[in-house]
Design a protein around this ligand. Structure first.
Ligand code: CP
Ligand code: NVA
Length: 315
């Protein structure tokens, strides 16, 4: 195996090189195979604790990290939005210093991205971004692994994200740019806030990988897509905008008509939770192109690779 990743953190999807993503994918495949063979339980994280700080709700992230820690022989500690008041009851830096002395790793789901950056700066133990307003790097790791699992070589594939240029789109953009996957973001005019923040960095990464990156407001740009990806139109924290957004985003729904314009073997992806009937129809989500539940399952296997490599040195 290549150089050790012990002690590393994952704050942004740009934190890993193409080689490191490859290492993650190999370890993910190995851990998944062991689970499928009924040998998924190990003791490599015996006696280790992961603190999980949630400022926002979660199903997949909480369950995958908690189950992942249990399968690796360790323990995960769930801290709800009301438990610690990070940045309110005490500073984020002080929480980091305290948890770093008691725990072996921290996973945090936060509003301001700066909070996960600060946790990593002061904790002295690995910190994993379990979603911030700006990015969702665990999601894009599991997503690109899922595409690799379905299609093999990733280079030159074309992923088209349709909807809000949000945290999930931003992480996908950075991961695709690193791995040589061409990416188009189709979004309503002005709904590209998070992708704009990472665009320059993504373009720089794409120079190295030869990926092409495009941004458009035209839904027809799904033509030829190998992957169509969508997410909710209003993210956590934007609930007040949901009604207004629903009208604006209606032409961007991933439905059978839109899917029929893409490659005939197109994969349809959604990070979930989905608002069926809004950004994606039942017909597409439950249809033959959809890999959304494989994608959700792979959160578990991919994050176990992070925990194994960052905390236990992958042994
Ligand atoms: N995709 C994802 O992160 O799901 P949760 O919000 O349920 O964790
Ligand atoms: N963009 C969504 C992703 C949820 C996993 C949100 O931030 O709410």
């Amino acid at each position: 195996m290549a150089r050790s990743m012990k002690g590393r953190s994952l704050i942004s999807s740009a934190d890993f090189s193409a080689e490191e993503y490859q290492m993650m994918f190999e370890m993910t495949a190995d851990l998944k195979r062991r689970v499928k063979m009924g040998e998924g339980h190990t003791q490599i994280l015996r006696g280790r604790t992961l603190a999980m700080i949630f400022e926002k709700p979660s199903a997949r992230t909480r369950v995958s990290f908690e189950v992942g820690m249990a399968q690796l022989g360790g323990h995960a500690l769930y801290l709800s939005p009301n438990d610690i008041g990070m940045g309110k009851r005490e500073s984020t830096a002080d929480i980091a210093r305290v948890f770093g002395r008691m725990c072996d790793g921290i996973m945090a789901r936060v509003f301001e991205h700066e909070k996960v950056v600060e946790l990593a700066k002061y904790a002295g133990v690995p910190v994993i971004n379990g979603l911030s307003n700006d990015e969702h790097p665990c999601q894009s790791l599991a997503d690109l692994y899922t595409i690799h699992e379905q299609r093999g070589d990733l280079r030159g594939l074309h992923l088209v994200f349709v909807g809000d240029g949000n945290n999930v789109a931003a992480s996908l953009l950075l991961t695709c740019a690193t791995l040589g996957v061409n990416m188009t973001v189709i979004h309503p005019n002005g709904y590209d806030v998070e992708i704009k923040k990472v665009e320059a960095q993504a373009r720089q990464l794409a120079e190295g990988s030869k990926a092409t990156l495009n941004f458009t407001t035209e839904p027809d740009a799904v033509r030829g897509a190998d992957v169509i990806y969508t997410d909710v139109w209003a993210s956590m924290g934007q609930e007040a905008e949901a009604e207004a957004r629903a009208k604006l985003f209606a032409p961007y729904q991933v439905n059978s008509e839109l899917v029929s314009k893409a490659d005939r073997n197109v994969l349809v992806m959604h990070c979930l939770p989905a608002h069926r009937g809004s950004e994606i129809t039942d017909e597409v989500m439950d249809g033959p192109h959809s890999v959304v539940f494989a994608q959700a399952e792979n959160r578990l296997h991919a994050q176990k690779s992070l925990l194994a490599l960052f905390i236990a040195n992958g042994q």
